[in-house]
Design a protein around this ligand. Structure first.
Ligand SMILES: Cc1cc2nc3c(=O)[nH]c(=O)nc-3n(C[C@H](O)[C@H](O)[C@H](O)COP(=O)(O)O)c2cc1C
Length: 169
């Protein structure tokens, strides 16, 4: 059995957005989102380098990595620490491209930008993340309902016309 549980895999596959931390040579942190974050197998995550030069440069010097994946509605998720391998050609890279195509990745399919490399992460430590919102006694369903209402309000304020269309569609 691998380190990734079914619950972890579910959050990663649903959210697809991982926040990736690497270490810069001067010791400062580098942190950026990767919407291509996916489960590769029971011990590995993967994401695509499309426009992540600092992450890749850092990993070439130091493969240590942490990825956080969070369900923003349910206010929980996981943090994964591990070691990254950069696949920029060969069978592993081609398999990654095929995977993102089969998943319907807009970037790969549109062909407007290329995937420079796939980053394969061997997960060595996986820990849960839980918001202090749960301290209030609310359960996941209640928090999800409250957060959905909050984001609905944000979207409605940003784009009222779009929200009206969504309601009538
Ligand atoms: C929601 C979101 C998802 C993103 N997904 C990716 C991704 O999967 N791959 C990628 O290379 N860049 C992605 N980006 C863009 C990078 O995060 C961005 O170019 C960042 O500045 C790269 O920083 P870095 O060089 O420190 O990695 C995404 C940005 C956002 C806002």
């Amino acid at each position: 059995m691998g380190i990734l549980t079914e619950a972890m895999k579910q959050v990663i596959e649903e959210q697809r957005l991982g926040f990736v931390a690497t270490a810069c040579p001067d010791g400062t942190p580098n942190f950026s989102p990767k919407g291509t974050t996916a489960v590769c197998d029971d011990d590995h995550l993967i994401f695509a380098d499309i426009c992540s030069p600092a992450t890749i440069a850092n990993l070439r010097a130091n493969p240590a990595i942490e990825i956080n994946v969070v369900n923003v509605f349910g206010r929980s998720g996981y943090r994964f620490k591990g070691v990254a391998e950069i696949l920029s050609d060969g069978q592993g890279f081609e398999q990654a491209i095929a995977f993102y195509k089969s998943r319907g990745s807009v970037t790969v399919i549109s062909g407007k930008r290329r995937i420079n490399a796939a980053v394969l992460v061997r997960v060595e430590q996986a820990r849960p993340l839980i918001s202090p919102a749960y301290d209030s006694g609310e359960d996941e369903e209640q928090i999800t309902t409250r957060m959905k209402a909050y984001f609905d309000g944000v979207l409605a304020r940003r784009n009222p016309a779009l929200m009206r269309k969504a309601k009538t569609a």
